[in-house]
Design a protein around this ligand. Structure first.
Ligand SMILES: O=C(O)C(=O)C[C@@H](O)CO
Ligand code: MG
Length: 390
């Protein structure tokens, strides 16, 4: 089998979006004195699809969710020529070809996200060619079903957050993640508001439901050191991205500070990046996203390294490109799940573009043993809600 064509498209949402609200989610921009919608640069309303065609007529489907137009340009100009004419089963060679040829600028960030999109499409192709789901190519079924946690609970009024948390309990979820709305520049009032929101959610869900806390790079080391002891009484499953991704020593200091595990990795890239995080004991939970980190070829290597460190892998975002990795390794105990709802932050856009992702039932997801590839296809039902760039 030979790759004959790489088709990229950018889908930019033009449909209804939920109006942003203040203190929706603390984030890396909050350290700046800029006014206005600080979460704006972290709203993902576009997606790049990667369709790799072969001389057998099979087509593999990949995706990139960061900087879609740039990802498209990188794939069209630099990566497609490297894989056209090649055998997709030479996936390690093709990954190295893409990685090494773009090493001057592509080993992290959007370059590696673009490589991820091509690599995911290659693995989808291989599964389709063999008539096997991708997880059967990676290690097979290590779980009867995949436990997942509901991930939303962006900051709003406490009553609404409690109602949302209750709705996840009613759906059978045994774990959920909430977001903080405040950080260092919001002072003691913001600290109090952060603690009140955790107390309100914990009041609804009780002590036996896992609660994860998301800072999304919106704090700094000093503020996190002050907050962690105050959060211990809520016994969170983890505290996520308390500092910016480059502050690896800050992560390591926080990860040793209290009993609260520190998680991160959705803004780290390749098995080299995760080796550094693990060797420094910077995180107690790894959260790469397969459509950023280097695709399935890189993610499976990270799973192996994480297993040797006994650090669990709970990939960012859920979605099929991550579910297949979680199903195929004991190093990954569960998945994130973004509830389907009106387009807001953009994580939910995946469901408007693709179909095939499993629905959670009582807090569990399952993959089909007989669906070849990733089991995803483009959902044309909402195409009229997107501006599509070929
Ligand atoms: O789901 C996560 O871990 C994210 O970081 C999503 C992002 O939108 C902030 O919540
Ligand atoms: Mg996160």
């Amino acid at each position: 089998m030979k790759i004959t064509k790489v088709r990229t498209r950018v889908f930019e949402w033009k449909g209804h979006t939920v109006t942003p609200t203040p203190h929706f989610c603390a984030n890396a921009m909050d350290e700046l004195w800029d006014k206005g919608d600080s979460m704006g640069t972290f709203r993902f309303h576009g997606w790049t699809t990667v369709e790799i065609e072969t001389d057998t007529g099979l087509v593999g489907l990949g995706n990139v969710a960061l900087a879609p137009r740039i990802a498209k340009a990188i794939i069209d100009q630099y990566l497609a020529p490297l894989v056209i004419g090649q055998d997709p089963f030479d996936y390690e060679y093709l990954w190295q070809r893409m990685y090494r040829s773009t090493h001057a600028w592509g080993r992290k960030g959007i370059g590696m996200a673009a490589i991820s999109g091509v690599d995911i499409a290659i693995w989808d192709l291989m599964g389709k060619a063999l008539g096997k789901p991708v997880f059967k190519l990676l290690g097979g079924r290590t779980k009867e079903k995949i436990p997942c946690y509901a991930s939303k609970l962006y900051r709003t009024d406490l009553k609404s957050m409690q109602q949302e948390a209750q709705s996840y309990l009613d759906q059978g979820f045994k774990a959920m993640k909430m977001r903080f709305g405040y950080g260092p520049k919001d002072g003691p009032e913001g600290m109090r508001a952060n603690l009140d929101s955790v107390a309100a959610v914990r009041e609804v869900i009780g002590e036996d439901i896992d609660l994860m806390l998301e800072c999304y790079m919106g704090w700094n080391l000093e503020y996190a050191k002050r907050m962690l002891p105050k959060l211990e009484r809520f016994q969170p499953r983890w505290l996520e991205e308390p500092v910016i991704a480059d502050d690896i020593d800050g992560y390591a200091e926080l990860n040793q500070l209290t009993s609260i595990p520190i998680s991160g990795g959705e803004h780290e890239f390749t098995h080299y990046g995760f080796r550094q995080l693990l060797e420094k004991r910077a995180v107690s939970v790894i959260q790469y996203d397969t459509n950023r980190v280097g695709g399935i070829t890189a993610a499976r290597k990270i799973n192996a390294i994480a297993e040797s460190f006994s650090v669990p892998v709970i990939p960012h975002a859920g979605q099929m490109h991550n579910y297949h990795l979680t199903m195929s390794t004991l190093a990954s105990p569960m998945s994130e799940f973004f509830p389907v709802h009106d387009v807001e932050i953009g994580n939910e856009l995946f469901y408007y573009l693709f179909e095939g992702d499993p629905e959670p039932v009582n807090g569990f997801l399952d993959l089909d043993d007989d669906t070849p590839g990733l089991g995803l296809s483009l959902n044309e039902r909402y195409f009229d809600q997107f501006t599509i760039i070929e």
